[in-house]
Ligand binder design. Structure first.
Ligand code: UD1
Length: 363
């Protein structure tokens, strides 16, 4: 009989892309499996999931707004409404299992599944679990995690350390460095730096790059610069005089090409960025986003820095330190090799399959 799976969650790439990786792995094991995604209306998953070839339904749900308290007045009503929507989706689709990847839509879907006694599995990407996942974890059948010591947040007997699932396009990329450079219109005779500020872009990194742009040519450096949407126009205008060696994007769809082209990466320290960098084995300078819950990006990054597998710059020091750290790294071949070697020992390219098998086991 055809089995049915709902994958719920999203909000940012760090939840959406692991969800897609799990879906692809489920399809690989069971090609006729029926998978439905459930996301939040207006969020990135409503675009990225259909692009990956899966149907998605959107709930009217939003997160707690820390910067505008007025917006939270409607939150209880939105949660109630989304619980109703989730119930109707469950009735219509009749899933055998519901997988939660975190982010807005996870809560109503998993809550309704647990009320109905349908098995649920949580995939927690971070070293710190948020309130909702902790709550849902009590009734989940399995919780797949990527970091040690997660029994602080979840019942120990439900935990499985699987690592974070990385997309096949990255783990099995067949593109060569030459092809990747050609794709971006870049030279093979320069050092290529790939700057990525998580799925939404990083303001502090973007601002720190502006004064450095005129210096890159003299240092034989070229740049693939992912800015996020809000900074895109500013970056495009600032980079216009250096268009040969600075390529600007609001979002990069072919991440495997960008990783392959790079000699060095400057990145936020989101859990999926880290999982991917360990698989592609690149020297990286992390600039953790300091306002993520419990500052988890700094703990994520420090777990690599402590193993001499990455460098780190604090967000508020980016303006003064990004240039000096980057320029000294690209000139230090021994350090580049050491970082590359050490980060390469931390990669886990088959977490997607391990998680998919756990999903099928609990049906
Ligand atoms: C500000 C914040 O709270 N961020 C959280 C969010 O980050 P965010 O969504 O930025 O997550 P990650 O860095 O973990 O992952 C980004 C994902 O988007 C992809 N990507 C990124 C840029 C791009 O141009 N193209 C592209 O495809 C990456 O390949 C990766 O798969 O979720 C992560 C996983 O729960 C958390 O660890 C982060 O702390």
């Amino acid at each position: 009989m055809q089995r049915k799976v709902i994958i719920a969650g999203g909000g940012t790439g760090g939840h959406i892309f692991p969800a897609i990786a799990i879906a692809n792995a489920l399809k690989k094991i069971e090609p006729d499996i029926d998978i439905l995604f459930v996301g939040a209306l207006g969020k990135m998953e409503m675009e990225k999931v259909p692009q990956a070839g899966y149907p998605i339904e959107g709930l009217e749900i939003a997160g707690f707004n820390r910067s505008n308290m007025l917006k939270n007045l409607l939150l209880p009503f939105k949660i109630l409404k989304s619980l109703g929507q989730a119930r109707r989706i469950m009735q219509r689709f009749q899933p055998d299992v519901v997988v939660g990847v975190g982010g807005y839509a996870s809560f109503p879907m998993l809550k309704q599944a647990q009320r109905k006694g349908i098995p649920t599995l949580i995939q927690e990407q971070n070293s710190f679990a948020g309130k909702t996942n902790k709550l849902l974890g009590k009734k989940a059948k399995k919780i797949c995690v990527a970091y040690d010591n997660m029994e602080v947040f979840f019942p120990a007997d439900k935990l499985i350390q699987t690592g974070n699932p990385v997309r096949n396009s990255i783990t099995q990329s067949a593109v060569s460095k030459e092809e990747a450079l050609a794709h971006f219109g870049l030279s093979k005779d320069k050092k290529t730096v790939f700057v990525v500020g998580g799925s939404l872009g990083a303001k502090s990194i973007n601002e720190a790059l502006l004064p450095l742009l005129p210096t890159f040519e003299g240092k034989n450096i070229q740049l693939i610069w992912q800015t996020g949407k809000p900074f895109y126009d500013t970056a495009r205008s600032a980079a216009a005089p250096y268009a040969t060696q600075v390529k600007v994007f609001d979002f990069i769809n072919l991440m495997d090409f960008a990783y392959k082209a790079a000699d060095v990466v400057i990145s936020r320290a989101g859990a999926l960025a880290i999982a991917e960098l360990c698989v592609v084995k690149k020297p990286v300078i992390f600039v953790p986003y300091p306002f993520a819950a419990e500052d988890h990006q700094t703990s994520n990054a420090m777990s690599l820095v402590n193993k001499k597998a990455a460098l780190i710059i604090k967000d508020h020091e980016t303006g003064t330190q990004l240039g000096t750290t980057l320029f000294s790294l690209v000139q230090n071949k021994a350090l580049m090799e050491q970082l590359e070697q050490n980060i390469g020992t931390l990669g886990n390219a088959n977490a997607d399959m391990v998680i998919a098998k756990e999903v099928l086991k609990i049906i």
